[in-house]
Design a protein around this ligand. Sequence first.
Ligand code: NAP
Ligand code: ZN
Length: 349
Amino acid sequence: MIIADARAVYSPEGPFKLTMIERRDLEPHDVLIEIKYAGVCHSDIHTARGDWGSVNYPLVPGHEIAGIVIRVGSEVTKFAVGDRVGVGCMVDSCGECANCHKGEEQYCLNGMTGTYAAIDRYGQYTQGGYSTHIVVTEDFVVRIPDSIELDVAAPLLCAGITTYSPLRHWEAAPGKRIAVVGLGGLGHMAVKLAHAMGAEVTVLSQTLKKKEDGLQLGADHYYATSDPETFKQLAGSFDLIVNTVSAKIDISAYLSLLATDGTLVNVGAPAEPLSVNVFSLIMDRRSFAGSMIGGIRETQEMLDFCAEHSITPEIEVINANQIDEAWERVLASDVRYRFVIDISTMGNA
Ligand code: NAP
Ligand code: ZN
């Protein structure tokens, strides 16, 4: 048994408390990772607060994990002690279904295993990256390129791949007009990645408060969705809209911004259902789609793409005793643009 220090919530309201959790002893294909940094994703908050259904407490969130391999199982071939590695939103899948064979483990037909709040193949309740150590089977570990520091690498493991995957799937490229709704953790990565892929990028944010930042991140245009003129002015003008908003919005209004055959892909996962006026779809043969993270192979591809294009998230590093405060700021859309926990402060009072 391996003991890790961790920060856990014991109820939907929190607060975080310092605790100890058990990690399994290494199976032949497992690696033990000393976690250096963990990103704070809005999904951590949705999960802990029960937005997506009930969960077991105590819960240790965190699925944007960057660290160093400090021990390997007897049959590990992909990693060695000292390697700089990352773990994202999943730690296992069946490995046998059609989707796993395609490298799309996130859509495993037998259900992938989430990094936290899931039951793994050993019958254990998984606990995430707000902790000092984690044991993961090597197939669900990715390599962090040398040019990417571990603190900025962490958010790539969820915010990075969750935006990279749909941008690739719907072929972001020069000539494509792409809108990103919500400039938070996912949104700001979507802007950087879509810009690097050559697309013309528009940010649709609630206000113009972050306009300067948005343009700096690579957006070509920036509009406030609180201004009704925005919806008149931009009607029919995008090939792809990536909606990263964590709350319920009037999705039909956004669908009307798509050109003929355009797609709005939802990566935001609000607690409440979104209702669609079908006329906003049928009028211009538009599509309303969803996308969940990305496969392991694609996650490695995304990391290599970020290294090649010098893309890293904008982060604010916090101590482990500041997570409650950071969560409140995420909920208030007051994040520029990802909080990352410095795990070396785990024991701080
Ligand atoms: P975040 O940093 O909080 O960003 C969300 C942004 O949405 C905010 O910064 C804000 O941007 C906008 N927003 C928030 N409340 C809003 C409201 N009431 N009306 C309009 N806009 C609002 O969150 P995140 O970590 O990027 O995650 C975003 C969503 O994606 C969450 O629901 C999360 O669970 C989900 N997610 C999904 C996947 C997946 O695989 N599909 C993976 C990771 C996360 P502005 O201030 O610019 O308006
Ligand atoms: Zn996430």
